[in-house]
Design a protein around this ligand. Structure first.
Ligand SMILES: [Zn+2]
Length: 131
């Protein structure tokens, strides 16, 4: 069995020479790109001895983040229950599997305890005041 001879690919210099003859504008762009590549130096190989976990959070940081996320989720869910809103999207997501975008505050009867805890203490804003 004979392997068909594959023509070798032209070198970058041969391509550039052809481009200079056929399309001087393209040749100028290629030369500029090659100069920039030379200035950037050779591509760096990744350090095989680098610690892959050097920038990864520690177990303690991850645990603290998970704890904070759980706290914020509980607070969100309680506040949503206190307003009668959808705890997933607050009525902002038409594709929400729970409310289909109808879950803004007042969507359901508010949970009495959560309402008393978070909503009842709020004094109504005075007319004409910004804050
Ligand atoms: Zn929703």
């Amino acid at each position: 069995m004979t392997v068909p001879e594959v023509p070798s690919l032209p070198s970058v210099d041969e391509l550039l020479a052809t481009a200079r003859q056929n399309d001087p504008e393209l040749a100028a762009i290629v030369e500029l790109l090659m100069r920039r590549q030379d200035e950037a130096g050779p591509a760096r190989e990744p350090d095989p001895y680098a610690d892959p976990y050097a920038s990864a959070p520690t177990t303690r940081e991850t645990a603290a983040r998970d704890e904070e996320l759980a706290l914020l989720r509980r607070r969100n869910d309680t506040l949503a229950a206190g307003t009668g809103a959808c705890h997933l999207c607050w009525g902002d997501d038409l594709l929400c599997p729970l409310c289909a975008g109808r879950g803004s505050p007042g969507w359901q009867t508010p949970d009495p305890w959560a309402h008393q805890r978070y909503i009842a203490p709020i004094r109504p804003a005075e007319e004409g005041s910004e804050s």
